[in-house]
Design a protein around this ligand. Structure first.
Ligand SMILES: Cc1cc2nc3c(=O)[nH]c(=O)nc-3n(C[C@H](O)[C@H](O)[C@H](O)COP(=O)(O)O)c2cc1C
Length: 220
């Protein structure tokens, strides 16, 4: 690893006011997943980079919360979907503990959404359908990469990719690897944060009770 002599600007002076928008009771649909779709659509229309990127947190096997970005690949009234390697660290963690959180941040809109919920695998058929829509190189990549496992070096990965590329050379439809597929987060609590001036941000939170969504305002 290289040594860097760079210094970071003093982060204590990095600040800005949030002035773009407001969030009032009644601005959002009653179902928070519809509200998430609305905000995600706003971000996509603004051409936000990786608008569907969300930070997914799981509990490590040692009991530490652990977070990483994944791309949301479907939002319905019942939850949010993403795709990954079922044998990855996150996959193994989800096997042990199905309570997760996810958050979105759209900087241009000064908006954040936080989701708490439980997670489970989607059906094999649904994973097959999505896998078949991916570019061929990504499909080969899913076979080639033992996600989260220690590998010797970059070369090992590239050799593995070449091996699977050769194996599937004459295969028109590459099958989905059994260790790769989708998860769905079923939310129980979803918070919408809109940055406002003087740090008096708007926060509206929906929580699921008796299969109904109840909304409340939180102090910023
Ligand atoms: C913008 C972005 C998008 C990503 N999308 C995914 C994704 O959809 N699925 C995935 O498995 N990993 C995705 N990753 C990689 C993950 O952040 C992570 O490195 C990987 O899933 C391994 O995590 P784990 O070891 O905790 O299981 C993405 C990373 C970034 C920065």
């Amino acid at each position: 690893m290289t040594n860097s002599k760079n210094t970071i600007d003093d982060v204590t002076t990095l600040r800005r006011d949030y002035l773009q928008k407001t969030l009032h009771e009644g601005d959002l649909p009653q179902n928070p997943m519809d509200a998430l779709s609305l905000w995600l659509t706003d971000a996509i229309h603004l051409d936000a980079t990786d608008a569907n990127a969300m930070t997914l947190s799981t509990m490590s096997l040692e009991g530490y919360p652990t977070s990483r970005i994944v791309l949301a690949r479907g939002i319905s009234q019942s939850g949010v979907r993403f795709f990954t390697n079922y044998n990855s660290s996150k996959g193994l963690e989800i096997e042990q503990n199905q309570k997760v959180s996810a958050s979105f941040f759209w900087q241009q809109l000064e908006r954040q959404i936080r989701i708490q919920g439980t997670i489970s695998k989607i059906s094999a058929k649904e994973s097959d359908d999505y896998f078949s829509s991916r570019p061929r190189e990504s499909q080969i990549g899913a076979w080639a990469s033992p996600q989260s496992k220690i590998i010797k070096n970059r070369e090992e990965l590239e050799i593995s990719f070449q091996k699977f590329a050769k194996q599937f050379e004459n295969t028109k439809v590459i099958p989905r690897p059994p260790h790769w597929g989708g998860y769905q987060i079923f939310p129980i609590k979803v918070e919408f944060w809109q940055g406002r001036t003087s740090r008096l941000h708007d926060r509206l939170e929906a929580h699921l009770q008796n299969e109904q969504w109840h909304w409340q305002r939180l102090a910023p």
